[in-house]
Structures are given as C-alpha cells and as structure tokens.
Design a protein around this ligand. Structure first.
Ligand code: PMP
Ligand code: GLU
Length: 397
C-alpha cells in the first residue's frame, strides 16, 4: 500500500528527463539512438572552470557554504548582472541554489499561497506548471501559438490578470520555442504590469547567452518593476555546466531573504566545489560563451534548413536557445502500416521507435501540435537525425 501525499500523486514526471532516460535505456540495449530530447549543451565545461574546481578541492573547500552561497560567487554574480545586464544588485539580493530549477521552485514556494494564480505563457518549460502545483497555486495558461511567434501580447496579459494573480513566469530566450522577446516587447508587457502592483515577474533568463538576434533584454531593467522581478539565471547553459548544479535568484531583498530561509531548511547552500567553479565561470575569460553561441547558431541554421525540406512541418525560425519547435499536427491521424499516430506524444514515440531519434512531444509544453528537438548535438548527429525523421515522416500516409 502506498501512502503518498496528494501533492505527489498529482505531480507529473518531467517529460524531458523521461524521454532522455528512455533514449539512454535503448542505447544501453545496443540501439543506435540519437538523443535530441534533453536540452543540454554537448560541449565540455571549459578547462579554467574545471581547474578552479580542482583547486577548491585541494584547498579544502569541503565544509558547508553560507546558505545563499559563498560571498565571492555572489560578488561575481553582482558584477555579471552589472556588466552584462546593466542591473544593480547587492550581494544580499543574490541566492545561489542547486541549479536554476531550484531557484525557480524556491521563488514560487516563497510567493504562492493555495489558490493564488500564476500566469504561465504556453508553450512553457515543463517544470513551471508542476512547480506551481507543488506550491498549491493555480496555473493560468496563456496560449501563444506559432502565428504570434509563440510570444504573448500585452492585451493577452492584461486580460489574464486578476486580483488573485501572484506571479507571471516569463522565459526569454524561450525553452521550448527559442523565441526571444525584444526590449520593446518587454517594455509593452512592463507597461501592463505597472498597472498591477500585486504581480511579481519570475524572469527565467537561463538561455540569455544563446541569442542570435542581438543583446539580451531583461524585464528587470524597467524601473517600474524594479522591486518585483525575480531574475533567474545560472551556469548550466552558457558555460556547459548542467551537471554542476549552480543557478541563482537575483531579487528584491524581501524575496531573497525568504528564499534563503527556505533553502536553509531543505537543502542548505549548494556544492562548495561547484560554487568555486561557477565563480570562475562568471568572472573568468568569457570567450567560451561566444564560441558556443556561434556553434549553436550554425547548428540552428543547419537544422532549420533540413526541417524546411519536410513538407508538412511548420517552423518558426527560433531566435535563441537550442531548440526547434515545429508544428507537426498535419501528421496526426496518419498511419504507417498498422501504426497510427494520434498526437504529438505519439509522434515522438513513433520517431523514437522507427527512426531511433528521441524528441519530446509538445503536449508536455502545453502545445500539443508541436514537437521539440534539441540541436545541442554535433552537426553529424543533426544531419543523420533529420535524415531519419524525414524518412519516418514520409512513411506516414
Ligand atoms: N529554465 C529553463 C527554461 C530550462 O530549460 C532549464 C534547463 N533544465 C532550467 C531552467 C534549469 O536549469 P538548471 O537547473 O540546470 O540551472
Ligand atoms: N532544460 C532541459 C530541458 O528542458 C533540461 C531537462 C530538464 O531539466 O527538464 O530539456
């Protein structure tokens, strides 16, 4: 007999991690699977960052760190926010956690009471809605389809806000769509939010550096929202450090203090060694960031070109992150032999079984007409994956 809480039984597993696990299991059985499901850079962590971690071990950084993170790391983050984003923070406003994932969850748990509404534009990253559920909040999904480049409009936002709205989660560049909000688009959203002082913006900027259209814009830069934006970022994507588990929250003091109190009770500060590596990432030579961005851009161009050759896929060319999110709904209802494809989850499964390419169905991102492919993979893997996908889709009649 199981004794799980309702909180847990109503929680869905992460579809991105589940698909990746499935692909790894098939690989272990000897199947030649190309994994375009999970979103993580395929590059190795740059050497100076690894060296900083080794030095931390040798220098006996083996004790608990302060709950919000080492002071030198928080100073490096304050300097990064000033240098790259023009934002002014003090070290007390920075809370370092086990990845941006924990930073987002901390923030929601600090803000949301049962029944509070959180506006989540769709397509959304899989974990947002589950974290809102964990906090016993109510998800208010704001759909933004391919025809509006997957971005919400100020009118949509205005219409969705109620007196119960506690927060808006904004992700730019976006996972899963790759859409990037411009400065002017963010300003228009900020103008709406200015009229609703009860709404806190959780601004997930983890893909900040993987941007192909220019300088990253942060909604925290609008003075009218200054005391109610929670900026989320980290080292996972920009520095190819997904496994190191370092992310941060930069927030008004009232929220930062709450996040530190919460973290102090259930995880403490993150790994001391990983923090020292992250400190080097933020304060060392930044050339590696640009090198990886250039490689991702080349791969974006490659995968978009190959995708456009598939007649029934509709694609909005992404301006950032490392995903494409084509609309594949024209394939629904088609069959290959006695295998019929009903929806995006089914199509992702069909591609895994027949083409041996792992993708993620759009249902998990609140966009059931689409599938997500991560192009954080080698050019050869992208070319071969798209060859297999093209063939498998052409067999659906
Ligand atoms: N936000 C988004 C949009 C992401 O794609 C990810 C990647 N998993 C995260 C947050 C969390 O990143 P991490 O916990 O690795 O810092
Ligand atoms: N952000 C990545 C993804 O969406 C990592 C997996 C996860 O944490 O969900 O695939």
């Amino acid at each position: 007999m199981e004794h799980l809480s309702v909180r847990l039984t109503s929680l869905s597993s992460s579809a991105t991690l589940a698909m990746s696990q499935k692909s790894n299991e098939l690989k272990a059985q000897g199947v030649d699977v190309i994994n375009l499901s999970v979103g993580e850079p395929d590059f190795f962590t740059p050497d100076p960052i690894k060296a900083a971690a080794k030095k931390a071990i040798d220098n006996n950084f083996s004790f608990y760190s302060p709950v919000p993170g080492f002071l030198d790391l928080r100073k490096a983050i304050v300097a990064k926010l000033k240098r790259e984003n023009g934002l002014d923070y003090t070290v007390d406003q920075i809370i370092v956690s086990n990845g941006a994932k924990q930073s987002i969850c901390n923030t929601l748990l600090c803000l949301v009471d049962p029944g509070d509404e959180v506006i989540v534009p769709a397509p959304y990253w899989v974990s947002y809605v589950e974290m809102v559920k964990l906090a016993e909040g109510t998800n208010v999904i704001l759909p933004a389809g391919i025809d509006q480049n997957f971005k919400i409009t100020p009118e949509q936002l205005e219409a969705a806000i109620t007196p119960k709205t506690k927060a808006l989660i904004l992700c730019t560049p976006s996972n899963p769509t790759g859409s990037v909000y411009s400065h002017d688009e963010l300003e228009a959203l900020a103008d709406v939010l200015a009229r609703h002082p009860q709404v806190v913006v959780i601004s997930d900027e983890i893909y900040e550096h993987i941007n192909y259209v220019g300088r990253h814009a942060s909604i925290a830069s609008f003075p009218v929202l200054r005391d109610r934006v929670a900026v989320i970022n980290g080292v996972s994507k920009a520095y190819a450090m997904t496994g190191w588990r370092i992310g941060f929250l930069a927030a008004p003091l009232w929220l930062a203090r709450a996040a530190s109190k919460l973290q102090g009770q259930y995880t403490s500060g993150p790994s001391s060694i990983a923090q020292k590596a992250a400190c080097e990432a933020f304060s060392g030579d930044q050339a590696c960031v640009e090198e990886m961005r250039v490689a991702f851009k080349r791969r974006r161009d490659l995968i978009c070109r190959l995708c456009r050759e598939i007649p029934d896929m509709r694609l909005a060319v992404p301006d950032g992150a490392f995903y494409i999110f084509p609309d594949v709904s024209r394939y629904f209802g088609r069959s290959a032999g006695d295998r019929k494809v009903y929806d995006s989850a089914d199509l992702a499964m069909y591609l895994l079984e027949t083409a041996h390419v792992a993708t993620v169905g759009g249902h998990a991102f609140g966009a059931p007409d689409c599938i997500r492919l991560s192009y954080a993979a080698s050019d050869e893997a992208i070319i071969e994956a798209m060859r297999r996908i093209t063939k498998a889709l052409s067999e659906l009649k």
